[in-house]
Design a protein around this ligand. Structure first.
Ligand SMILES: [Zn+2]
Length: 255
């Protein structure tokens, strides 16, 4: 049985993560960078970051990649060109040749792709940090895809990338209180008490948001790789501290 997330090597021998479920969509290209680079720590509005994104666009056969300064909020932007987009934690695109990228260490990144009412491809990338998750960013992104882009949500495939998992992601009680305040009492099931620690299952919380928005459960793929206790391929903030790298999840459709 194939892995949910496979690790391959690109032409420059750098390791990349790919979801076979997303590779089955015609002309869709995607990748997850790893510790092999490029370095995505510099200021997202700066030239070094732009150069790293241009390298990824070229690797994927895209004319450009769009990215934003991630601010742990609920702002969603629809983009038609590559380049820096200002502040946002989710990007939506339907312009062939253009990719969207999000970056993370312990935060779940979510790639979504499917079709609109005219059967044209539509895709999005979400930075689902705990604050974004509690703010319902995944739900909001899918609602905007539906409202502004006529997304057929039942055609969408979603991939939840490596992040801090429910095995390790310890949070304070205030996170649970805020989650239940904003997402409703059903959010209680995303919190696990173990050894007097409170653990937040961000994978389950986002999976629920995807299903409640209209995706079919078999079309949601959770990599299941924890950036705290798993191997060192993907950077983790809690594991590596302030020197932690960032990995990117990028997807687009070739023109
Ligand atoms: Zn873990």
């Amino acid at each position: 049985m194939p892995e949910i997330l496979e690790i391959i090597r690109n032409a420059a021998d750098l390791r990349r993560g790919v979801f076979p479920a997303l590779q089955s969509i015609p002309r869709l290209v995607h990748l997850l960078t790893t510790e092999d680079g490029p370095d995505l720590r510099p200021d997202p509005s700066g030239q070094q970051h732009a150069d790293a994104m241009a390298t990824l666009a070229a690797e994927m056969g895209l004319s450009g990649v769009a990215w934003a300064r991630q601010v742990h909020g609920d702002q969603v932007k629809s983009v038609t060109t590559g380049g820096f987009q200002g502040d946002a934690d989710a990007l939506i695109c339907g312009t062939p040749g253009v990719g969207v990228a999000v970056r993370g260490a312990d935060c779940p990144l979510i790639l979504i792709a499917g079709r609109d009412a005219q059967n044209k491809p539509l895709w999005a990338a979400v930075h689902a940090s705990w604050r974004c998750t509690v703010a319902g960013l995944t739900t909001k992104t899918l609602a905007i895809m539906h409202r502004d882009h006529a997304a057929r949500l039942e055609t969408m495939t979603a991939a939840i990338c490596p992040s801090a998992g429910p095995c390790c992601y310890e949070v304070g009680r205030e996170v649970q209180v805020e989650a239940q305040g904003r997402l409703g009492s059903a959010a209680a099931k995303f919190f696990i008490e173990r050894d007097r620690r409170l653990l937040f299952d961000m994978w389950a919380a986002n999976r629920t948001q995807l299903i409640e928005a209209g995706l079919n459960a078999p079309d949601i793929w959770v990599a299941g790789c924890c950036t705290i206790c798993g191997d060192a391929l993907f950077p983790g903030y809690r594991k590596d501290g302030s020197a932690a790298g960032r990995y990117a999840a990028v997807l687009g459709v070739r023109s």
